[in-house]
Design a protein around this ligand. Structure first.
Ligand code: NAP
Length: 314
């Protein structure tokens, strides 16, 4: 049987929440083990410039910011491993986790900072053409569509941010929103509404994405939210920016989740319904979802885990 790697504190996830929890628990001499999956750094590594993280008056690139977080966590003794945890048993003490290839981990306290992933629409052509003109990441794929027509789906801050970023590349950016007003913050709305390269199609929803792996995306079929009238619009790319799904599947049936799958911590706390398990960042936050709030909740989780370990070691 594979050897089990034990740590006092195991942190799952390496976004701002996980790495902040690592900085704090490492500085508390708890020698945390941080395990992350295939996207180290989380969502900020697929973003461009971050203008609202305090301490960077000129802005900072998302991936650079996450490298700084990681450097700081490692400096104080965090061990970082890449593995995809496939199962967790929170009924055992210490908690047991299994990674790929049956790698085993155990820990006294667990900090869940697994974040959230982009939501998809499930329309025809979306998954078939993902990577062939369909994308959920403007930073990653925008440059492929220089001087092309680019469509963005959604009306929140993400959709507006993606649309604005994509104006650097596209000849035109078409924002498709299912209602007649944007959900995004006022400043983002103003930027989008006043941008000469952005056209907004109001009250429209995506029905089908046309194209092939050879041709890429060529067009979409949209329908009107009220009249259901359909129309075909030509485009070379479709960026889906309609929100996120929390990465909490591992904990279903073990941790309390809300109807959208977000972990439910105790009020004003990161404590979950299982003693010794703490949740921070986007996996438990459907309201703020900011790097700085994720980092703040990572700090809370670390302090709560530290106090819990102290109390439970008696
Ligand atoms: P969001 O605020 O939940 O917005 C999702 C958008 O997608 C909404 O406009 C929604 O339409 C639309 N949508 C959802 N499901 C859809 C469907 N099935 N078909 C068509 N449209 C659909 O998500 P977000 O934009 O990813 O933002 C998440 C959080 O992060 C927010 O709190 C946001 O402020 C924050 N954020 C901040 C920044 C920044 O400050 N720089 C950048 C990105 C995100 P409805 O409006 O009709 O519901």
């Amino acid at each position: 049987m594979a050897e089990t790697k034990h740590s006092k504190v195991l942190i799952l996830g390496s976004g701002p929440a996980g790495l902040t929890a690592a900085i704090y628990t490492a500085r508390a001499n708890l020698s945390p083990l941080l395990v992350h999956g295939p996207t180290p750094g989380g969502q900020l590594t697929t973003t461009t410039e971050v203008e609202n993280f305090p301490g960077f008056p000129e802005g900072v690139m998302g991936p650079d910011l996450m490298q700084l977080f990681e450097k700081q966590a490692v400096r104080f003794g965090t061990e970082i491993l890449t593995d995809t945890i496939v199962s967790v048993d929170l009924s055992k003490r210490p908690f047991e986790l299994t990674g790929q290839g049956d790698r085993r981990y155990s820990c006294d306290a667990l900090i869940v900072a697994t974040g959230a992933n982009p939501r998809l629409l499930g329309v025809e052509g979306e998954s078939e053409l993902m990577g062939y003109g369909v994308s959920t990441c403007a930073t990653c794929d925008g440059a492929f569509f220089r001087d092309k027509v680019i469509m963005v789906i959604g009306g929140g801050d993400s959709a507006c941010e993606e649309a604005l970023f994509l104006t650097r590349f596209g000849s035109k950016v078409i924002l498709v929103h299912r209602r007649d007003s944007l959900r995004a913050s006022k400043i983002m709305q103003d930027r989008v509404l006043n941008h000469e390269k952005i056209e907004i199609l109001w009250n429209k929803q995506l029905k089908k994405i046309h194209g092939s792996k050879e041709s890429g995306v060529t067009a979409v079929t949209l329908f009107h939210s009220e009249t259901k009238e359909e129309e075909q619009v030509n485009t070379d790319a479709v960026f889906i920016a309609i929100g996120h799904i929390p990465n909490s599947q591992l904990f279903k049936g073990q941790l309390e989740l809300d109807e959208n799958g977000y972990i439910v911590p105790a009020p004003n706390s990161t404590r979950t319904n299982v003693e010794g398990v703490f949740a921070c960042g986007d996996v438990q936050d459907h309201v703020f979802r900011q790097a700085v709030t994720a980092a703040g909740s990572g700090c809370m989780a670390a302090i709560e885990a530290e106090r819990w370990l102290e109390d439970s070691s008696g």
